[in-house]
Ligand binder design. Sequence first.
Ligand code: F6R
Length: 241
Amino acid sequence: MFEIHVFDTYDQVSEKAFEVMKEVVVSNPRAVLGLATGSSPVGLYKKLVDDFKVNRTSYKTITTYNLDEYVGIPQEHEQSYYTFMFQNFFAHVDIPHENIHMPVGISNDLKAYADAYELELQKHPQDIQLLGIGSNGHIGFNEPGTSFDMGTHIVDLKEQTRIDNARFFASLDDVPTQAMTMGIQDILRAKKILLIATGEKKAKAIAGMIEGPISEAVPCSILQKHPHVVVVLDKEAAKEL
Ligand code: F6R
């Protein structure tokens, strides 16, 4: 079931997402948060950090699991999702390092790491899962064609996703070709999902998610089966609804 909110500005989108996320953290100080990277949640993280500074909303007993990480780049790489999370959020709040869980991009056994991450997720289902959405309808890095039955796994990134993300790298060749991602099953396990999308480039994916047939060709369409997805959009992203 979708609860859809449409706003004029990115700041209003971020404010709504902040309210939803803060409510979970305040109502359950032991909450498990599923987190995302990318441009969409940057404003939300900024508001959470500002709120921590002003109101001291504590993350001491919060646990986090991130959606994904590029394969082949180390944690300290400036474009790793690890770096993103510390720069935008973790370094600015009081969350203990041991409560933070993230897929990795380098390991002597990536498959074993993904399997262990999957088991942890099954033991600690997310109270809320934050999502962005790819222009091709991916959630996490579950690209079109990914089975809806997958847990955490290694995925080959689609060309469109690499092109979309090339803006963060020196050139398209520098964009990793694979990622480790939570699977659709992991995302659906969350009690609540908070999805942020802005800009015209997301409009088709948003329409497919809400109104299209449920199909592995459009991974976000599976969210129609989830009991509570809060969708926070700007007018451009909502324009094909
Ligand atoms: C990020 C993630 C991706 C992004 C999506 C949108 O952790 O899992 O699915 O949410 O690619 O990215 P932006 O927000 O940069 O448009």
